[in-house]
Design a protein around this ligand. Structure first.
Ligand SMILES: Cc1cc2nc3c(=O)[nH]c(=O)nc-3n(C[C@H](O)[C@H](O)[C@H](O)COP(=O)(O)OP(=O)(O)OC[C@H]3O[C@@H](n4cnc5c(N)ncnc54)[C@H](O)[C@@H]3O)c2cc1C
Length: 467
């Protein structure tokens, strides 16, 4: 077993993540193999030492923040083992973006695309069931995972592949997940691979993963459409979503549908040209060009659907060449840059949501977001009814109001049949929201499962469930 680093100045670099919450730890271990991970966990279980797995530390929910004990960094478990035609295999600590770059260089495609993919790890993307814009077409990370090497809290190493069942004596976590994109709570499954997806480093450490690959799309069409009203945009979303679900190879079958409200457009207009003054909101979409339609077939179908929905046709841009697509993307990039600038100027953290609701509840949750009692921007994955409301408080009073408003939105989301986390996970910040969503009986089942696998609760203490 590697000797833990105890120098506080080294450990200091591992005490926080993107949540900006600060934790504490007495030791840091950086294993280089599954065997070392196993030895560490055996030792920690025997000595009741808490272990927090830490990878890219991009968690926005403090999942990677230790609350004492040791930090187990995945940074030295970072080898890509194999890239083939249908599958690829890598260590859990490999950066997701680097893995995807290698896969695409080999002419294949691994779709999960969290915005943080160049800073986050493959193992954590699996542990948190990460997703991104193109999850609208490809789903989250879950369906792309074929096999895992997992080290259990007692140090036992498990090799699991799709179709394997978890041992009979592990409790069944029987509950009905909301019928939306979700990354909240243990998966109600006995499939041994699915079981370890979305557990946020509380049931096992993923040291190696085998994933499924698909065809790399030959050509992508980018669409930036402006709308004079939310109603016309929602008409288009409805048409495009229904078409995409009915026929994945159809002329209108977007892989992502990304929404921007008027506040986003105002921010963007300060940085990039071409934002029309009469636009109330906008959509950025991508369409993979299918051989059966070619570019012209897609273009014609998209123009028609946009026109029928009432988009601002003169300002809408559809592009297949890389230079114009990059230009469309510059609008997307201008928004986080603008938000960050305001956050710095305000000297207050932003408060961001990660809620998703069923299709039928989209207008209702948008009404709720738009009633925000302070400066805000609203953008995100509208195809999955998963919008990020960013509240931008300017002082302590507004920060308190933003947090209270977030709590109200959580209640509204639950009442609409939605999830308290669509992609960022529960971590340490949303355990109460998870409890509100699933209720005490399901929490008791989650706890029984945790207790069975990790009787001393050494792994990921404080994440998902409070002890
Ligand atoms: C700017 C920004 C954009 C983001 N965009 C997205 C997005 O689009 N979609 C999305 O889903 N998320 C997004 N996130 C959240 C975050 O990037 C993801 O949750 C990501 O999966 C975390 O990866 P990480 O390597 O940084 O993990 P860490 O933050 O280090 O850890 C996250 C959790 O995973 C556990 N963990 C880490 N490695 C392992 C392992 N090998 N085995 C078991 N458990 C492990 C940790 O213990 C912790 O509980 C974003 C974050 C930021 C800061």
């Amino acid at each position: 077993m590697p000797t833990p680093v105890t120098d506080p100045s080294v450990i200091e670099g591992y005490l926080t993540d993107a949540s900006n919450i600060h934790g504490h730890a007495e030791g840091l271990v950086r294993p280089t193999s599954t065997e070392e991970v196993s030895a560490i966990l055996r030792y920690c279980q025997a000595n009741n030492i808490a272990v927090t797995v830490s990878a890219g530390r991009t968690s926005t929910t403090a999942a990677a923040v230790p609350q004492g004990g040791w930090v187990l960094s995945m940074e030295r478990l970072n080898t890509i083992h194999h890239i083939g035609q249908d599958t690829a295999q890598a260590d859990g600590g490999v950066f997701l973006g680097a893995f995807q770059t290698e896969i695409e260089a080999a002419g294949r495609f691994f779709p999960p695309d969290p915005t943080s993919r160049h800073e986050c790890s493959l193992g954590a993307a699996i542990a948190c069931n990460a997703s991104g814009a193109r999850s609208f077409r490809y789903g989250p990370t879950r369906p792309w995972v074929l096999g895992l090497t997992v080290v259990l809290p007692n140090g036992e190493v498990m090799e699991v592949k799709r179709g394997d069942s978890v041992p009979d004596d592990w409790p069944v976590v029987d509950w009905v997940e909301p019928h939306v994109k979700t990354a909240a709570g243990y998966a109600p499954t006995r499939d041994a691979v699915d079981f370890f997806i979305g557990q946020e480093g509380t049931l096992g450490i993923i040291t190696r993963a085998t994933v499924r690959l698909t065809d790399l799309p030959a050509e992508i069409m980018g669409v930036l459409a402006y709308f004079p009203s939310r109603a016309s945009l929602l008409r288009f979303v409805d048409v495009a979503r229904t078409a995409a679900r009915a026929d994945r190879g159809g002329a209108v079958s977007p892989r992502c549908l990304e929404y921007y409200d008027s506040n986003c457009l105002e921010l963007a207009a300060k940085r990039v040209g071409g934002v029309p003054s009469d636009a109330v909101c906008a959509l950025f979409c991508e369409q993979e060009v299918q051989p059966s339609h070619e570019e012209d077939g897609h273009m014609a179908a998209w123009w028609e659907a946009l026109d029928e929905a009432g988009a601002l046709a003169d300002d809408t841009l559809i592009a297949t060449d890389t230079a114009t697509r990059e230009m469309l993307l510059s609008l997307r990039h201008a928004i986080p840059a603008g938000v960050n600038e305001e956050v710095v100027a305000n000297g207050m953290p932003k408060v961001g949501t990660d809620l998703a609701v069923p299709d039928s509840a989209l207008p209702a949750i948008m009404d709720a977001y738009e009633a925000a009692p302070m400066r805000h921007v609203l953008f995100g994955h509208i195809g999955d009814n998963h919008l990020h409301l960013n509240l931008l408080p300017k002082n302590e009073g507004e920060l308190a109001r933003a947090r209270a408003f977030y709590g109200e939105l959580v209640k509204t989301t639950i009442s609409l049949g939605g999830t308290v986390s669509a992609e960022h996970g529960i971590g340490k910040l949303k355990t109460a929201y998870l409890a509100d969503m699933v209720g005490p009986e399901v929490i008791a089942r989650f706890r029984a499962l945790k207790q069975r696998l990790d009787p001393a609760w050494i792994l990921g203490r404080g994440t998902m469930l409070t002890q």
